[in-house]
Design a protein around this ligand. Structure first.
Ligand SMILES: Cc1ncc(COP(=O)(O)O)c(C=O)c1O
Length: 458
């Protein structure tokens, strides 16, 4: 009946797990934005260092974690695994609910697992500055923290709506020595173009990526860093699931269902991929990816080649995408407002190894408030989408009278996101479901792009 399952420092995983080695359908290649030919390492060299490009393309199953990265991860890892006894009681469910607490890192989320690794590899490659985008500010603050650990400069383009809603994250970035500006900005051609077309835009991750990439392309001392979506980012996050597998053994349980929320897909993949591997090799475990109904990428968007950013500077990636011009409603889960999703996750959804589900904002806040009043920790609004998925599974277990073991990723705390809670508690928030007409309108931008193969190749 334990509550907390902790590993010793010497039990931290020493290798990352690369799911590319086990996928039934190999990943289809990214395409050059102009020529539409598969991209090679040199195409990515203007924005990423070669050591990370190699990792992006690597298909080895296990990749060693450098000692300097481990040393930094040990500041907060191994992260604890909890059993949510009080939440189980609050739901009156026979399900056992376990969660991996990724909110214990200095910025308060899973994001530094890759930020630390990316800052390290960039410094090793002689890069002095990094640019990036951020939605809710979690990623920007994680990269600011990581850059301060490795002596790099950091510039963050923050989606304007979050910049206004979440002032404390930009202050955290300033404390760690980074510069944070609202996007779209007048500092890049991409930002100026969008501001001229729609001066009141709330911004989007796609726009902020365009700005950060543009700046990195224009300077030799600067690379771009992405907090999700790419293969190497998801790879760095697998320490979460590898730790969880050891901790579930300590708890004496195995999950029947593994749940995580999906923006670009990194925290979900981090917990889930080691379990997807088990599933590929025959173990019965369901893997559930949750997202907002306002930004229903996995549940309703087309599987297509699309740009990762808004203006079309990045390679075309094979993924579920709402269309690179998609500007989502300003829901509070800023980190889930992205038009695309990791190609690795898209392919695994196509292969029916992952089940996607979508939830409304209000049911997510309701679940989170119940969580805070039972378990104590206040979840980030993104994490709330995983908790909504947990509630659905736990209620089903109750209806069926079955003991079901649920494991989910508690991806971050919401202590910098209290404005959203305040609005929820005072009845100022509403639900939004993307209308079919908007879905079709935004998808039209992908009509002439090459189509990736959809079904499993056997
Ligand atoms: C706490 C938290 N969870 C989840 C996400 C979603 O991102 P990803 O899908 O890459 O994990 C974010 C993104 O900002 C976040 O801050």
């Amino acid at each position: 009946m334990g509550t907390k399952f902790v590993l010793r420092e010497d039990e931290i995983p020493r290798q990352w797990y690369n799911i590319q080695a086990d996928m039934p359908t190999p990943l289809q290649p990214p395409l050059h934005p102009a020529t539409k030919a598969p991209v090679g390492p040199d195409d990515l060299a203007p924005i990423f260092p070669m050591n990370l490009i190699e990792q992006e393309m690597c298909t080895d199953r296990w990749i060693d974690i450098p000692e300097s990265v481990l040393e930094k991860l040990l500041l907060w890892r191994p992260a604890p695994l909890y059993r949510a006894h009080a939440f189980e009681r609050a739901l009156g469910t026979p399900a056992k609910i376990y969660y991996k607490h990724e909110g214990t890192s200095p910025p308060g989320s899973h994001k530094p697992n890759t930020a630390i690794a990316q800052a390290y590899y960039n410094r090793e490659a002689g890069i002095r500055r990094l640019t990036t985008e951020t939605g809710a500010g979690q990623w920007g603050s994680a990269l600011a923290f990581a850059c301060s650990q490795f002596g790099l400069e950091c510039k963050v383009y923050m989606v304007r709506i979050s910049f206004e809603q979440k002032p404390f994250r930009k202050m955290m970035m300033a404390v760690w020595g980074a510069e944070c500006i609202p996007s779209p900005s007048d500092q890049t051609a991409a930002g100026r173009k969008i501001l001229a077309e729609s001066p009141d835009t709330p911004g989007s991750l796609g726009i902020a990526i365009s700005e950060a990439v543009e700046e990195a392309v224009g300077r030799d001392d600067t690379c771009y860093s992405l907090g999700s979506v790419l293969n190497h980012v998801l790879l760095h996050q697998t320490v979460i699931g590898l730790e969880a597998q050891k901790q579930m053994k300590l708890a004496g349980d195995e999950p029947d269902v593994v749940i995580g929320c999906v923006g670009g897909g990194s925290n979900f993949a981090g917990l889930a991929f080691p379990y997807v591997r088990d599933r590929i090799h025959g173990r019965e475990v369901r893997i559930v990816a949750t997202e907002p109904k306002a930004c229903p990428t996995l549940t309703r968007a087309k599987f297509s080649y699309d740009y990762g950013d808004t203006v079309g500077m990045t390679p075309l990636m094979p993924m579920h995408s709402l269309g690179h011009g998609f500007v989502p409603e300003p829901i509070h889960a800023g980190g889930l407002r992205y038009h695309g999703v990791a190609p690795l996750i898209s392919q695994l959804v196509n292969d029916q190894l992952i089940e996607p589900r979508a939830y409304h904002q209000l049911e997510c806040y309701e679940a989170s408030v119940l969580w805070a009043r039972s378990e104590g920790f206040i979840p980030a609004p993104e994490t709330a989408h995983a908790i909504a998925g947990v509630v659905e599974e736990a209620k089903r277990a109750k209806e069926e009278g079955r003991e079901r073991v649920i494991l989910f990723n508690w991806s971050g705390h919401g202590l910098m996101d209290l404005v959203g809670y305040d609005k929820y508690l005072s009845g100022q928030l509403s639900d939004f479901e993307l209308p079919d007409a908007d879905l079709e309108r935004f998808a039209a931008s992908m009509t002439n792009f090459p189509k990736p193969q959809e079904r499993r190749r056997s």
